[in-house]
Each structure stands twice: as structure tokens, then as C-alpha cells.
Write a protein that binds this ligand. Structure first.
Ligand SMILES: Cc1cc2nc3c(=O)[nH]c(=O)nc-3n(C[C@H](O)[C@H](O)[C@H](O)COP(=O)(O)OP(=O)(O)OC[C@H]3O[C@@H](n4cnc5c(N)ncnc54)[C@H](O)[C@@H]3O)c2cc1C
Length: 472
């Protein structure tokens, strides 16, 4: 019997396993190896806090591309939504922990299938994969526990890297005033009321921390720092807007594309509409356009446009954005646009050393510093023993931008010699350098299903449905 081993059991790996189990009509063994984070939940959906909401409306969060209403239908099984109308439920931004329950429930139904004729033997191993060696058409996975796992196919779905670290003049490893992991339980170490918390970053992770501090009724000052100084924008009520992306878009240079988008943004502004509509219209083409750009243009996009793109593209629920606006108005929250250079520990405070946009050096003293800078996107800096070993042995290689793993169109990883592997595949945020947009459920669910279909040698491919995320 063929064995497929999936390393990483967050959304991507779990849904790859679920798709193999639900689509296979032949005998198959699927082994889901997951360590550190709870299986089915990964980083995003393992939060236990109710104030951490999805940033995509429920109607666009089905885990199954061929069943677009699957998540909303599942929500109907929960009593807390009994009084919510169908229209409201589709547009709601539900707590992320509920989404984690959804993915876990999908996994459970295939781990312990009700159908006695089920062809797929699916099992979960709670362990960390450290290495994979390839002998011909077979792989052996080494686990931290020492137990080897043999497989015919290996899928890498290890998700995002942890945030990068900052230079510091003294080791901060045991300093309770610095939290390198924003998902650790920092709430137990809050400074006294009236203290000062500094967040390194102003993106979605920083927003999670800000809303949790409010939920904990912590009264003090919060400063969030990033190079762009941009907070995520709120979802909004959109309009029907014509397609403006020409057919030859994937062959255009960045400069022309940027000009095209700028013209549409200006047109929308003249119509008193949100220019983000122009960015949304690009979404169905983003991956193709990205693949068509030259390496130099990709680097230029990352340097000049990526921060703004992310703040417009990854929007947050209106209620969460209102909370940020209130905190800014009441001066409980300050946003600083500066480059974080280093940290230093003093007796009475931690210091965050900055360089401002005007090239001035400045230090901000904090009672607690939380690293919310988001995932480190440099593959060569990975601290994952698995990825380091695989890069070292040449089983995988990094993409041209050093942002993730190099793959071909079928997600087969490329060896150090540039050859497509017949054994190893990768999906999820590891494909960032190859696809750019590979972070949210609407992209990842398609990858998970396509991977399963290609392993099962099914010709069909997952429907790629892009639902523009407007509040209606
Ligand atoms: C805070 C947050 C909120 C988000 N909110 C939304 C949202 O509302 N809507 C949306 O569409 N998207 C959202 N996303 C984006 C997206 O859904 C997630 O990033 C997605 O869940 C990624 O899943 P993944 O399985 O690829 O990676 P991960 O969730 O990172 O899972 C990877 C798993 O692999 C395990 N692992 C790694 N290495 C090994 C190894 N060597 N051996 C064994 N196990 C290993 C990890 O411990 C982890 O469990 C959010 C992301 C974050 C971080």
C-alpha cells in the first residue's frame, strides 16, 4: 500500500490529509506528523482567546474548494449561532478558535471514519520530523523520538518561520520583559497598570496583542513600531468594479503594472470609493503575475510595495479596526514609523533602539516588549532542524528570493541540482517566494486539494474561486 507522509499538521497539512482521505478510491496510508502546535490548528487557529477573530468573512473560509458553503453549514451545527440569520452568518468574522474546531472536526471524521468501507488508513504522529533521506523512490523520515517513518511520498507543510530576532547587548532568553514568541502566554507577565508595552511590528500579530490587552482591561500605554508604520485596514462595503487587468499582465514589467494599479486607485478615489478595490481586483491574477515578474522586479516589489500591499490586502474586521481607532484617539496606542535596530536591557526597563525615517537614533523604554514582527521570510535563516538538514543535503533548495522552498507547478520540490523530486512536495507559506500570495485559507485550500488530486492521479483540479471580501 502506498504511504503518504505529511510533515506539519496546521491548516495546510491537515487539509492535504483530509483531501487524500475523502478523494481516494484506492487503499492508501496517510501519516500526519505534527509537533509543537496542536494538530489541525497550527499557529493561526490554536489561540484559545475569543477576541482573536478571523480576518476573512465566514463565507470565504470553507476548507473545501469544491464545497464553498461548507464552513457556514458547519457553523450552523453550533448553538451559539442559533439566533444569527444566514446572511449575518455568512458575513461574520468568527473567533479563530472556532475555525480550529472546524478543521479538527474534519480531521476527526477521517481519523475515525464512520464509513466501514473507507480505503484510507489515516494516523497522526505527535513528533517533530528532523530529516528526510531519499533512496530511489522511497523516503525515510527521522523523528525526534528516533523512530524512522518510511513513505513513498513526503509533503512539507511546515508553515511559517518564527519571527526573526534582534541584536541585543545582553542575552534576553531568560528576561521575562521580552517575549520573542507573541503566541506564548505573555498575559501572565503584564506590567503594572500605567506601564508601557512596546510591540515590535504593526501588522496582524500586533493587532491580536492590542485587542487582548483591552480584553484583559490592562490600562497603560502601548507603542507599536514598524518601518512602514502601517496598521491593517478594515474590511469595507465595496462596489461592482470592472476588470482592468489585461490578458498580457503576467508579461508586463513591475513599473507598468504599478502604473496601471495607480491609475485605477486614482479613478476610484475620484469616484469617492476605496482604492483597495483595485488591489482586490488583482487577486485572481496575483500568483500568475508574480511568476511572470523578473527576479529584479520581484525584489523591487518587496522593497518598495510589499508593506503597503500587505496593509491593504490583509484587512481586519470592522469591530477590531474600530477598537484600534479608539485606542489611537485616546492616546493609549501610539504608532511609530522607524527601523528597530537592537534591544538593550537595563535594570528598570528594556530599551528598543530605533532609527527614525529622518535617520535620527532614538531609544524607547518599555516594561514589556513583545515581538510581533511576523514570520522571518529568509530561508537561509531558518532555525528548523528539518529544513536546515534538507537544505544541507540538497533534498530541497531555496527559491530564487530565499523566501521559501523551490517547487515546480505541481508543488514538487526542486533539489539543489534543480531537478523535480518524484517523492517530495511542499505547500503553504513555504511557497511564498514562488507564488507570493500563499498565506490565507482561500489559497491554501486549493493547494491542499490539488496536491491530493495529483497524488491520486486524478485529472480534475480544485476550483479556484476568488470571493472578494466585502462586507455587504
Ligand atoms: C494569527 C494568524 C491569523 C490568521 N488569520 C487568518 C484568517 O482569518 N483567514 C485566513 O484565511 N487566513 C488566516 N491566517 C493565515 C493562514 O490561515 C495560516 O497562516 C495557515 O493556517 C497556515 O497553515 P499552515 O498549515 O501552512 O502552517 P502552520 O499553521 O504554521 O502549521 C504548521 C504546523 O507544522 C508543524 N511543524 C513545523 N515543522 C515541523 C516538523 N519539522 N515536524 C513536525 N511538525 C512540524 C508546526 O508545529 C505547525 O503545527 C492567519 C495566520 C495567522 C498567523
Amino acid at each position: 500500500m502506498k504511504t503518504v507522509a505529511i510533515i506539519g499538521g496546521g491548516f495546510s497539512g491537515t487539509m492535504a490529509a483530509v483531501n487524500l482521505a475523502r478523494l481516494s478510491d484506492e487503499s492508501l496510508r496517510v501519516i500526519l506528523i505534527n509537533g509543537k502546535r496542536p494538530v489541525g490548528r497550527g499557529v493561526a487557529y490554536s489561540t484559545t482567546r475569543s477576541e482573536h477573530l478571523l480576518n476573512v468573512a465566514a463565507r470565504n473560509m470553507s476548507a473545501l474548494p469544491d464545497h464553498p458553503t461548507h464552513f457556514v453549514d458547519w457553523l450552523r451545527s453550533r448553538s451559539e449561532f442559533n439566533t444569527v440569520t444566514d446572511a449575518e452568518l455568512r458575513e461574520s468574522f468568527v473567533p479563530r478558535k472556532i475555525y480550529g474546531d472546524y478543521i479538527c472536526s474534519l480531521l476527526t471524521s477521517y481519523l475515525h471514519p464512520i464509513d466501514p468501507k473507507s480505503q484510507v488508513d489515516l494516523q497522526v504522529i505527535d513528533d517533530e520530523a528532523l530529516d528526510v533521506s531519499i533512496q530511489g523512490d522511497e523516503a525515510t523520515i527521522t523523528l525526534k523520538s528516533g523512530e524512522p517513518v518510511a513513505a513513498n511520498i513526503v509533503l512539507f507543510a511546515t508553515g511559517n518561520q518564527p519571527p526573526s530576532t534582534f541584536p541585543c547587548d545582553s542575552p534576553l532568553t531568560y528576561d521575562p520583559r521580552f517575549r520573542p514568541d507573541p503566541w506564548s502566554n505573555w498575559a501572565e507577565q503584564l506590567p503594572a497598570q500605567g506601564g508601557h508595552i512596546v510591540l515590535l511590528g504593526t501588522g496582524l500579530t500586533a493587532v491580536d496583542v492590542i485587542v487582548t490587552l483591552a480584553e484583559l482591561k490592562w490600562q497603560g500605554r502601548i507603542t507599536a513600531i514598524s518601518r512602514s508604520g502601517l496598521l491593517p485596514r478594515p474590511h469595507f462595503r465595496g462596489i461592482v468594479y470592472p476588470d482592468f487587468i489585461p490578458e498580457n499582465a503576467p508579461t508586463l514589467p513591475l513599473q507598468e503594472l504599478a502604473k496601471l494599479v495607480q491609475q485605477q486607485c486614482q479613478r476610484l478615489e475620484r469616484m469617492s470609493q476605496n482604492p483597495a478595490i483595485a488591489i482586490d481586483k488583482i487577486r485572481p491574477y496575483t500568483q500568475r503575475i508574480w511568476r511572470g515578474l523578473s527576479t529584479e522586479d520581484k525584489k523591487e516589489f518587496l522593497r518598495r510595495h510589499a508593506a503597503r500591499w500587505n496593509s491593504i490586502r490583509h484587512r481586519i474586521a470592522v469591530s477590531i479596526h474600530q477598537h484600534l481607532t479608539d485606542a489611537l484617539d485616546a492616546q493609549r496606542l501610539e504608532i511609530l514609523e522607524a527601523t528597530i535596530e537592537s534591544l538593550s536591557a537595563c535594570d528598570d526597563a528594556l530599551k528598543v533602539n530605533l532609527r527614525t525615517q529622518g535617520d535620527e537614533k532614538r531609544a524607547v523604554a518599555a516594561d514589556l516588549v513583545i515581538n510581533c514582527t511576523g514570520p522571518d521570510t529568509r530561508m537561509s535563516h531558518t532555525d528548523s532542524p528539518l529544513l536546515r538538514n534538507l537544505l544541507h543535503s540538497g533534498v530541497i533548495s531555496s527559491d530564487e528570493l530565499n523566501m521559501g522552498v523551490a517547487v515546480n507547478d505541481d508543488y514538487q520540490t526542486l533539489t539543489a541540482a534543480g531537478e523535480a523530486s518524484t517523492v517530495c512536495y511542499a505547500i503553504g507559506p513555504l511557497l511564498r517566494g514562488t507564488l507570493w500570495e500563499t498565506t490565507a485559507v482561500p489559497e491554501l485550500r486549493v493547494q491542499a486539494m490539488n496536491f491530493a488530486q495529483s497524488i491520486l492521479q486524478q485529472q480534475e483540479r480544485a476550483p479556484q474561486e476568488y470571493v472578494i471580501e466585502y462586507c455587504i
